[in-house]
Design a protein around this ligand. Sequence first.
Ligand code: ZN
Ligand code: ZN
Length: 158
Amino acid sequence: MKNIIDTIRNDFKHLNFVEDEIFFWSPKNQEVHFRKNPTSEADVWRLLHEIGHAVLDHKRYNLDINLLHLEIAAWEEAKRNSGRYGMIISEDHIQDCLDTYRDWLYKRSTCPDCLNTSLQNTSNSYNCFNCNNSWKVSASRTCRTYRKKQKASAIEAF
Ligand SMILES: [Zn+2]
Ligand SMILES: [Zn+2]
């Protein structure tokens, strides 16, 4: 597993890789963070996913729905690259990851008063077109594993 990580890093040597405990792409620092001791094939998939964000030059997003689109695009890119390493990224794994974003999006967009699914006004507020309630949401989201670590800071990574 370590070998394949090294091979991938070498194939994308124009990118900045930073050894870390978790995987994420930081558009601000232009860095791909990755777990230095991969434990499973899924870790290689995660690395390819973060490389996908990097190669596609994903920046910060304003609306929540855009994050979901970026996540999908990064997985598409990861799938394209996975063949070079004789890997097939599990579709279940991809859908599980995307589900965490879908769940998050659903929770944020559900009106706390009438449970109607609502529209996002700005990067940190939603408005219900059914009961006209509006509510604030935190600025943005980080990857599940990343969130714990960087709770306090605004999102610069996904
Ligand atoms: Zn991602
Ligand atoms: Zn409502």
